[in-house]
Design a protein around this ligand. Structure first.
Ligand SMILES: [Zn+2]
Ligand SMILES: [Zn+2]
Length: 256
């Protein structure tokens, strides 16, 4: 073992015993080998992951089907790990809640590995892609101290050998009233960064936590398209929309 690796291992061990993490789902104390979930919840997680896409018939983590909205907004593929079902406590959902709120390294690592596997299943040469993210609202960043989609996107880029670029920012400080339909609201919610680069000929993966209707991701993709990018792939931990065949499971978006 290299000296640096040894130091890192030592720091990780120290950090683990200081923080004594618990399972994000059942709150049992974790063992050092665990990442976010205890063995029991991990088994449940794995069984939820076997859910199939009703369009392509593959398990969701191998499926890259999109929905109508995403297709109309230049997102050719949507890579995901599992379906969001509003029922608690589910280890799948609790991983997402924890990612949004807790800034836990083990949860980030776990979800990075899972989504990286899904990405490798669906595209060749992920190292050729630029990774970016659907930006979190400023008010949520202030509340939780992190933009979890940005952390996830950076972590995926590192894992898969791609490059991370921050390309989009959120304009709205407050949650906007959801009365006029999410699509129209989100059109005004994001913008590209100042002096944004020319993306002509570039391949982009845009990362988010949950895709509910595809409105946020689709609107971000439209902005990237405006920078010249024609090859846009979405990657989300979870999808909550119906596959156009399958009925939704009362899947209201998790409140930010
Ligand atoms: Zn557990
Ligand atoms: Zn599919």
């Amino acid at each position: 073992m290299k000296f640096n690796d040894f130091i890192k291992e030592l720091c990780d061990a120290a950090l683990f015993y200081v923080s004594v993490p618990t399972c994000v789902c059942c709150k049992e104390r974790l063992l050092r080998k665990d990442r976010g979930l205890c063995q029991k919840c991990l088994d449940t997680y794995r069984s939820i992951k076997t859910d199939f896409c009703s369009i392509c018939k593959k398990p969701l983590y191998e499926c890259s089907c999109t929905n109508k909205f995403l297709k109309a907004h230049y997102v050719k593929k949507l890579i995901k790990i599992f379906r969001y079902v509003q029922r608690d406590p589910l280890p799948t959902n609790n991983l997402i809640y924890s990612l949004k709120r807790d800034n836990r390294r083990d949860v980030l690592d776990f979800l990075t590995n899972e989504l990286a596997d899904s990405i490798r299943n669906s595209i060749d040469s992920p190292e050729e892609y630029i990774f970016t993210n659907v930006p979190r609202r400023k008010a949520s960043i202030q509340k939780y101290g992190i933009d979890h989609a940005e952390l996830l996107s950076k972590s995926l880029a590192k894992k898969l050998g791609g490059e991370y670029k921050k390309l989009l920012i959120s304009k709205s400080r407050k949650a906007q009233k959801k009365t006029a339909g999410e699509e129209r609201i989100n059109n005004a919610e994001f913008t590209t960064i100042k002096n944004s680069p020319d993306l002509t000929g570039k391949k982009i993966i845009i990362v988010d936590d949950i895709v509910t209707t595809g409105a946020s991701m689709g609107n971000c993709a439209t902005l990237l398209r405006g920078l010249g990018c024609k090859n846009i792939t979405g990657a989300a931990i979870s999808v909550a929309y119906k596959d156009e065949i399958k009925k939704p499971d009362n899947s209201d978006r998790f409140k930010k």
